[in-house]
Design a protein around this ligand. Structure first.
Ligand code: NAD
Length: 507
């Protein structure tokens, strides 16, 4: 039986009047497990209206009460994360441990948001001018829209909504139509945590739902994560409609391995970061830059490790002996076929296929969207497999002659999300950190996703807008500032009045 997945507004499920229904599949079996409602404009108006009505009351609720609700949400999520992980695996395909990892990183942001009363403290200057005090505060925006991609159905929304809600806003989340159920589970959890109805809403759908959020006068801000062409469209459209926007886009992350690096650490890291979550991570390593003369040795070590990976249903033991698969299927058949066609194109362009993922026959599940890990050597920057974001388990090795060539390659790329350097030379690492035009940098760390109290975001075509997610930038994004200049008359020391039309002076 297929489940119907509908919107969530005002604390209840809402079917509305959908323009259609999209199939939701289990990528490991290829079976349709649900149908998600695609919102009409009227549905979007209804859901945004629910948020709008709730925003004022929530924004003026005490910090103490808001913190209690966020803390209760944290406790419930921590206690019931296995349920959420199972939902993620069933619709996304990532293995259970990876789904749990995604939730753990989302929980970090919820924990960060529990400190909102500290984060919202303003400044105060007594006697800024004679008899005049000044204080600043940050107030919520109202209704904010979050539009998220398929690859982290729980973590990416959690980069934003804990901070947005703690700061006093009402949220409309538009999740990916490929794995929509996590959003509804999170909505029900918020209700259980005591969040007033209408503060957290879910609007399912496609471009119609997104466009409604981008253009509605009731929505004050948009946080988007997805592919670069859509991020650019979202940024331009929502900005034109007077909203503040942070739109995080695609990536092509390079891992540079210098000749003095620990090659076992580098090989382990390349495999983990290249093939974890089947490469469907915006912080995945998709290009390994081997600086001469270590190329042959490094490729051999990566290939040996890659051949040992177990591919299988993330919700089941891969071997029947309790060992979990290392890598699950890709999210949809169309995406698997697209990634597979990139492997064909790389081979045709002359790259060397060292490990071929097209050979993979998944254990006992012929119908799923399977593709094994693929390792290319001798990739050059003009090839499609280098230029395009593949978003699958495909790792391309580019060989360069020097550190300078490696840095030039990283900086010439259109994306600037993440990068890593592997070296035992602190001076080289320090120079790399300064030289690369990338938002998030790892030193002997291949997936340098910042902890929640720092901010997440890339440079260049990986981010449109100027504010990164979570951390203090997230708090800033979901609030706006007011500065109040105050004079109270001291009856015992009344200042001289009189008219003075000159520009106000401070003295
Ligand atoms: P996507 O761009 O196809 O979809 C993202 C969201 O936009 C979804 O909610 C989708 O419904 C909506 N959307 C899709 N087409 C639209 C259109 N024409 N008009 C309006 N809305 C539209 O991305 P995806 O395939 O779900 O996710 C993968 C992409 O997300 C990759 O490019 C990946 O790099 C990127 N990503 C980036 C980050 C980051 O932090 N920079 C994090 C995760 C994923």
């Amino acid at each position: 039986m297929t489940e119907q997945i509908v919107h969530w507004a005002d604390g209840s499920p809402l079917t509305g009047s959908p323009t259609g229904w999209a199939d939701v599949t289990n990528p490991a079996t290829g079976q349709v497990t649900g149908r998600v409602a695609l919102a009409s404009e009227a549905d979007a108006t209804h859901v945004i209206g629910a948020a709008s009505r709730a925003a004022k009351g929530w924004g003026t609720t005490s910090l103490a009460r808001r913190t209690q609700v966020v803390f209760a949400f944290r406790e419930l999520l921590n206690a019931r994360k296995e349920e959420l992980a199972a939902i993620i695996t069933a619709e996304h395909g990532k293995v259970h441990s990876d789904a749990m990892g995604e939730i753990a990183r989302g929980l970090e942001v919820v924990e960060f948001a529990c400190g909102i009363s500290h984060l919202l403290k303003g400044g105060h200057s007594e006697e800024a001018s004679t008899g005049v005090d000044v204080h600043s505060k940050r107030v919520p925006l109202g209704v904010v829209g979050i539009i998220s991609p398929f690859n982290f159905p729980a973590m990416v929304p959690m980069w934003f909504f804990p901070v947005a809600i703690a700061a006093g806003n009402a949220v409309v989340l538009k999740p990916s139509e490929k794995d929509p159920s996590a959003a509804n589970w999170l909505a029900a959890l918020w209700q259980e945590a005591g969040l007033p109805d209408g503060v957290f809403n879910v609007l399912h759908g496609d471009k119609t739902a997104v466009d409604a959020l981008l253009t509605s006068p009731e929505v004050q801000a948009i946080s988007f994560v997805g592919s670069t062409p859509i991020a650019e469209y979202v940024y331009e459209t929502a900005s034109r409609h007077g909203k503040r926007v942070q739109a995080l886009g695609g990536a092509k992350n390079h891992m540079v391995v210098l000749p003095d690096a620990d090659l076992d650490l580098a090989a382990d890291s390349a495999v983990n970061a290249g093939y974890g979550s089947a490469g469907e991570r915006c912080m995945a390593i998709s290009v390994l830059v081997a600086v001469d003369p270590i190329g042959d040795e490094l490729v051999a070590r990566i290939a040996d490790r890659t051949r040992t990976l177990l591919i299988g249903d993330g919700g089941r033991s891969a071997t029947g002996e309790g060992k979990e698969a290392d890598m699950g299927p890709l999210v949809t058949r169309a995406h698997r076929d697209r990634v597979s066609s990139f492997i064909d194109s790389g081979e045709a362009a002359g790259a060397k296929v060292v490990v071929d993922g097209r050979d993979v026959a998944a254990r006992g599940a012929e119908q799923g969207f399977w593709l094994g890990p693929t390792l290319f050597d001798d990739v050059t920057p003009e090839m499609d497999i280098y230029r395009e974001e593949i978003f699958g388990p495909v790792l391309s090795v580019v060989r360069v002659g020097s550190y300078d060539e490696a840095v030039a390659l990283v900086n010439a790329n259109q994306y600037g999300n993440g990068t890593a350097v592997f070296t035992n030379d602190g001076g080289a690492a320090r120079r790399f950190e300064a030289d690369v035009e990338v938002g998030m940098i790892g030193v002997n760390v291949p997936v340098p996703v910042p902890v929640a109290y720092y901010s997440f975001g890339g440079w260049k075509r990986s981010l449109f807008g100027d504010t990164h997610a979570h951390g203090t930038e997230g708090v800033h994004f979901f609030t706006r500032g007011k500065v109040v200049t105050t004079r109270w008359i001291d009856p015992a020391n009344r200042p001289e009045g009189g008219l003075e039309l000159g520009f106000p002076r401070n003295d």
